[in-house]
Design a protein around this ligand. Structure first.
Ligand code: FES
Length: 108
């Protein structure tokens, strides 16, 4: 049977908890998600490096990339695209601001 359930936006954090240059690590429905602010945009991305499961929320933000703290792969926070040694992109989740709340749509 095909699951036709459309994923919905779920609460992630308060808007003022997400600060530029910092990464907020969350667990939303058992999915590790990280939030950061790039100027006026809040981005949500998968908090697991595709090279060897490094915790990206413990890495640094440089420009619009997050740098894995383990072996230095960079992931573009708009596209998820990686650099060596990470082989695959990370998920970038859709974000919606409602009042003072950040909501994220996880892929299921
Ligand atoms: S675990 Fe992220 S670059 Fe190796």
């Amino acid at each position: 049977m095909v699951d036709t359930t459309v994923p919905d936006f779920v609460y992630a954090a308060k808007v003022d908890e997400v600060k530029e240059g910092e990464i907020l690590a969350l667990n939303i429905d058992d999915t590790p998600v990280a939030l950061t602010r790039l100027q006026d945009t809040i981005v949500a991305f998968g908090d697991v490096c595709t090279h060897d499961d490094g915790p990206l929320a413990e890495g640094d933000i440089e420009g619009h990339c997050v740098i894995c703290p383990r072996h230095g792969a960079r992931f573009d926070l708009f596209t998820g695209k990686p650099t060596f040694p990470a082989p695959y992109p990370i998920p970038i989740y859709e974000v919606k601001i409602e009042g003072d709340e950040v909501k994220v749509k996880l892929d299921r």
